[in-house]
Design a protein around this ligand. Structure first.
Ligand code: GLP
Length: 262
């Protein structure tokens, strides 16, 4: 696990973009697959990717985008549905084709149809050859995607109940708490672990406890983001505020400095 702490959210976003682009450059012989998180944490990273496109350093026209999760029960085209959010915040910013964006279909409220959507989503990811690099944020309660505390560490895409904490946190995107869906479809922790690289971005002091528990606490379903410890290629990009609870900070900084020059 690589833990990169930067002094500002902007530098955090730039380092996260570097980690994403390096992983995409490793892909050969097929179209790259970029896993996409919603939420405010990765917005700076997506803007950095947009700047890299403008500079001519990268082109996303042949890249597939794969969402982490989607609300259940929002009508298609709802502005806060994650398909619409990713169209606005990623496709328009980096030039990824909407036809190449895969999002779980949560528009039904019928359990059997939602289970079919979840299975179809797993099959879609497999058809694409798996996710090359998965962008992640972290919930203040340690959730990853919408895998709330208590999620099985090997879980696959499925219906999940949102916790009260998550619904309150996300109420800012809706007219009020009552409008926030109660359920979602989310990639499971096992699905996320299958991505070849994970890049987590967290900024601000509201994430400090969750980050410390995820990176330095026990591997436990009570802190779903602790599965990052299980993955062989995780890059964690933090600002100072989000890193404030880490005990091994000196070691992370020493490691990030690389080998001494001779
Ligand atoms: C949302 C998303 C997560 C995201 C998290 C944190 O509910 N489902 O994928 O990482 O909450 O969001 P933010 O980055 O806005 O704090």
């Amino acid at each position: 696990m690589e833990v990169l702490v930067s002094s500002t959210p902007e530098q955090t976003a730039a380092r996260a973009a570097g980690a994403v682009l390096a992983a995409l450059r490793r892909v050969a012989g097929r179209d790259p697959v970029l896993g996409l998180a919603t939420g405010s944490s990765p917005l700076g990273l997506y803007r950095e990717l947009g700047r890299a496109v403008e500079r001519g350093d990268v082109d996303f026209s042949a890249t597939y985008g794969v969402a982490l999760d989607e609300y259940v029960g929002l009508p298609p085209g709802h502005p806060e549905g994650y398909r619409q959010v990713l169209l606005r915040e990623v496709c328009e910013v980096v030039g990824l084709s909407p036809d190449r964006l895969a999002v779980p279909d949560g528009s039904s409220t019928d359990e059997a149809s939602l289970e079919d959507s979840a299975a179809a989503y797993e099959a879609r990811i497999a058809d694409l050859g798996g996710v090359d690099v998965q962008v992640l944020g972290i919930g203040a309660n340690g959730h990853l995607g919408f895998n709330e505390p208590g999620s099985a560490l090997t879980s696959r895409t499925r219906i999940k109940r949102l916790s009260d904490r998550t619904r309150r946190d996300n109420a800012r995107f809706f007219s009020g708490l009552d409008d926030v869906p109660t359920h979602c479809l989310t990639q499971g922790l096992g699905t996320i672990l299958d991505a070849r690289r994970l890049v987590l971005v967290a900024t601000g002091d509201t994430k400090a406890d969750a980050v410390a528990a995820a990176l330095e606490g026990p591997l436990t379903a009570s802190v779903p983001a602790s599965v990052l410890q299980w993955h062989p290629d995780t890059v964690v990009c933090l600002d100072e505020a989000a890193a404030a609870g880490l005990r091994n900070r000196q070691y992370y900084d020493d490691s990030a400095a690389g080998l001494p020059e001779r």
